[in-house]
Design a protein around this ligand. Structure first.
Ligand code: SOE
Length: 384
């Protein structure tokens, strides 16, 4: 008989993110046995009864609901995990917090700063544990980059550069809206690549390099009209298909960010590079176990880029997995986030990024979109 405390989870939404979170919930106990909490997959919720029942059976949820309000009202649920389209995040998170539930929310926190604000207030008023899944922080090579920076290996930082490139929306025949394609519908998503992809880059950037002070951006919507899945009618496209911005960080470094869903040949290429006075680091999602590192303090004859294969037991998270030299992948970043969330419950601390921290990323996204629409520099108001 286990003496672990149960954390009974109710998941809302069963799309791609519902699967990544469910996989994390199932794996975490096996690979982080020291945690004092254990996950119980209590219920999953979605509107389509046939499909949610099937999902519950496939992933091992004890029960299902078709109305998220019924899920939130259940007293056998401790934590609500939100994997719905972005337009549902606020209502569910606020109701869950008011019902005293812990809340885990997929990124971005909300569609706008205005929408995110009452979420932060409700969570803090209720005093419930919370976190937002900016999962890339917890890829071991990215976490190692954070260690290098915090140890001062880079020295003063001059440049931060990040890209997130995809190519899945180039066809004008692709409809917008509905399951699977809600990311193209501004009413559901809030924005295009800025909220969906650059939000990841911004979260990692501020975590690694501190607050972003001001931004100057340009966005483009290449396909102006698409058929809406629900109405079958052609409608104006309201999202940004591509966005480029540059910025000042609080530490005086310059940032350059680009994201698009029109980079033919790139499915999900997230890259960043940081240049400091002593050293530089770079990372990319297609080779996610490697951290590239250049240290100018090495003797000139042996100076050069090192490719660090982040799979050793003394590197972040890797003592939990296989043996040195064997890689882990994308899905493990979610396992790590859930493990860190459970650890924060064990220790009575918070699990970063909290709703409040994710709100800061939201502020940068909003400043980026405002800068593009007004063709002007915008202060972000970020407090990091
Ligand atoms: C979009 O294609 C997407 O799935 C994002 O929504 C995720 O957050 C990102 O990690 C991968 O791409």
């Amino acid at each position: 008989m286990s003496d672990k405390k149960e954390l009974r989870v109710g998941l809302v939404g069963y799309g791609f993110m519902g699967r990544t979170h469910s996989n994390a919930f199932k794996r975490v106990g096996d690979f982080f046995p020291e945690l004092k909490h254990k996950i119980v997959l209590k219920a999953v919720c979605a509107r389509n009864e046939e499909r949610v029942k099937e999902f519950a059976e496939q992933w091992g949820y004890e029960s299902y609901e078709t109305d998220w309000k019924a899920l939130v009202a259940r007293d056998d649920i401790d934590a609500i995990d939100i994997c719905t389209p972005n337009n549902m995040h606020a209502e569910i998170a606020i109701a869950a917090a008011e019902a005293g539930k812990m809340v885990l929310c997929e990124k971005p926190l909300a569609r706008t700063v205005e929408e995110a604000q009452p979420m932060v207030e409700a969570i803090e008023k209720a005093g419930v544990p919370n976190t937002v899944y900016y999962n890339y922080r917890r890829i071991p090579a990215v976490t190692l980059a954070k260690q290098f920076i915090d140890e001062g290996k880079l020295g003063k930082v001059f440049h931060y550069r990040a890209n997130f490139l995809q190519d899945w929306t180039i066809s004008p025949e692709l409809p917008q809206g509905g399951e699977g394609l809600w990311r193209l519908d501004d009413k559901a998503a809030g924005s295009g690549v800025t909220g969906d992809l650059l939000a990841h880059c911004i979260d990692t950037a501020m975590w690694l390099n501190g607050g972003i002070k001001d931004v100057s951006a340009v966005t483009e919507t290449f396909i102006k009209e698409r058929i809406h899945t629900a109405s079958g009618e052609k409608q104006k496209v309201g999202i940004d298909d591509a966005c480029i911005f540059h910025c000042h960080f609080d530490n005086g470094s310059l940032g350059l960010f680009e994201s698009t869903r029109y980079a033919r040949g790139h499915k999900a290429l997230y890259t960043f590079e940081i240049n400091g006075e002593h050293a530089s680091i770079k990372w990319n999602l297609h080779d996610l176990t490697r951290l590239e590192y250049f240290d100018h303090r090495n003797p000139s004859v042996e100076r050069g880029w090192r490719s660090i294969h982040v799979t050793d037991g003394d590197q972040p998270y890797m003592d939990k997995w296989w043996v040195p030299g064997l890689s882990i992948g994308y899905e493990h970043s979610f396992v790590h986030q859930v493990a860190d969330f459970l650890k924060s419950l064990d220790e009575g601390t918070s699990c970063s990024p909290t709703f409040r921290e994710a709100q800061e990323t939201q502020k940068v996204c909003e400043a980026v979109l405002k800068s593009a629409s007004t063709m002007s520099w915008q202060d972000t108001g970020v407090q990091w």
